[in-house]
Design a protein around this ligand. Structure first.
Ligand code: KG4
Ligand code: ZN
Length: 360
């Protein structure tokens, strides 16, 4: 029953967690930096790295305390070493190396996007999370990624498609700015959309991007621009002196909520249609998918959760959604995902590097 300590510092969350046996979360500490980035309406890399530097070791101590253990009980250190902001990743990876070296335990480097797929398989309560049957469709919907996978062996997901421009969470965050809904935009737009009606008279239908007929890739930048024009009207004038007819402050609360609902409908509809396409294009008819696994910050979205549960029911798939605490960035998914690598002896060297991009 190995105990892993996980560290996560890829973006704007400094996180540490202790996980037993890959599934049982003994502690899950997340220090969010939202308060540092809110006035820039986006993550400022330099500010993020500095904050990770201040918070990472206190986070580790808190994770150990909450798990009721001390460092010598740890069997391995897992760390997200890709993808992410390089300066931020370096903080977590350096801390993990120091811990692994001083304790004399293995270091495991984890791909953060793949780890999001593990989030639905972990539990912090006495009831273990149900384990999905294979083969499965994996879908990561986060601030940096929108990626579809075919999952046969859990450690070896096959990428089927990904966004060609904005990630879905990025589009939500920009929608938050356009609608002046709050930061981060995802949860704020979700809440606003719940009070709105996409089918109300006068609400424009926003585009659902499907790309080429057989494409499993995603595109969300057109949706974002369509929302911008729906809120502000068309640009007046050209170049730097261009202005808009109006902005979010000129809309009444009902109009704003209805536009948020129209955005949410189009964003989620794009995901559902790509899932349908994935089923249709599944190469092996004799080994059809039996489960759908979601992960990433946007898997916390109320409308997406409802729609994928209905999709699973319609197509006979068991749907595995992370608990809300494990949707957004956390270190429990990192420590949990690293368990199989530890057992397989797939340890990282102490010169483990950080990489800005996800594994193919
Ligand atoms: O997985 P995550 O914490 O970070 C990345 O790996 O990127 O995802 C963060 C993203 C942000 O874009 C945030 O706005 C979005 O997840 N998000 C949501 C919701 N909660 C978080 N988007 C839509 N609806 C939500 N309820
Ligand atoms: Zn993430």
């Amino acid at each position: 029953m190995p105990l892993l300590l996980g560290l996560e510092t890829s973006c704007d969350e400094t996180a540490a967690a202790v996980v037993r046996d890959g599934r049982e979360v003994l502690s899950n500490v997340v220090a969010t930096q939202h308060e540092l980035h809110v006035r820039y309406a986006g993550v400022v890399p330099e500010i993020a790295s500095r904050a990770h530097g201040e918070r990472v070791m206190p986070g580790v101590q808190q994770a150990l305390d909450e798990a009721g253990i001390t460092l010598p009980a740890i069997d391995a250190i897992a760390v997200g070493n890709r993808p992410g902001l390089v300066g931020s990743l370096i903080v977590g990876v350096s801390a993990a190396k120091a811990l692994a070296w001083s304790l004399g335990v293995p270091l495991i480097g984890v791909d953060h996007v793949r780890a999001h797929l593990h989030a639905a398989r972990i539990s912090d309560s006495l009831a273990p999370a149900p384990q999905p049957p294979a083969p499965a469709i994996g879908l990561v919907v986060s601030g940096g990624h929108t990626t579809l996978y075919r999952l046969e062996r859990w450690r070896d997901p096959l990428r089927l498609g990904a966004t060609i421009d904005d990630a879905i969470g990025e589009a939500y965050d920009k929608a938050g700015v356009i609608l002046d809904a709050g930061y981060p935009g995802g949860p704020a737009v979700d809440k606003l959309a719940q009070a709105g009606d996409a089918n109300a008279p006068g609400v424009p239908e926003l585009p659902v991007s499907m790309l080429k007929p057989d494409s499993l890739d995603f595109s969300f930048s057109g949706l974002k621009t369509a929302l911008l024009y729906a809120v502000r009207g068309l640009p007046v004038g050209r170049g730097k002196s261009a202005t808009f007819e109006r902005d979010a402050a000129d809309l009444d609360p009902r109009q704003k909520a209805n536009l948020a609902a129209a955005f949410q409908h189009a964003a989620v509809e794009a995901v559902i249609r790509k899932l349908k396409r994935t089923l249709k294009q599944w190469p092996d008819r004799d080994a059809a998918p039996r489960a759908l696994i979601l992960g990433g910050g946007v898997s916390a979205n109320s409308h997406l959760r409802r729609r994928v549960l209905a999709f699973g029911e319609e197509h006979g798939l068991s749907v595995h959604l992370p608990k809300l605490a494990f949707c957004v960035d956390n270190a429990a998914m990192i420590a949990g995902y690293a368990h199989d690598a530890l057992v397989a002896g797939d340890h990282a060297p102490l010169d483990l590097s950080v990489v800005a991009t996800a594994r193919a």
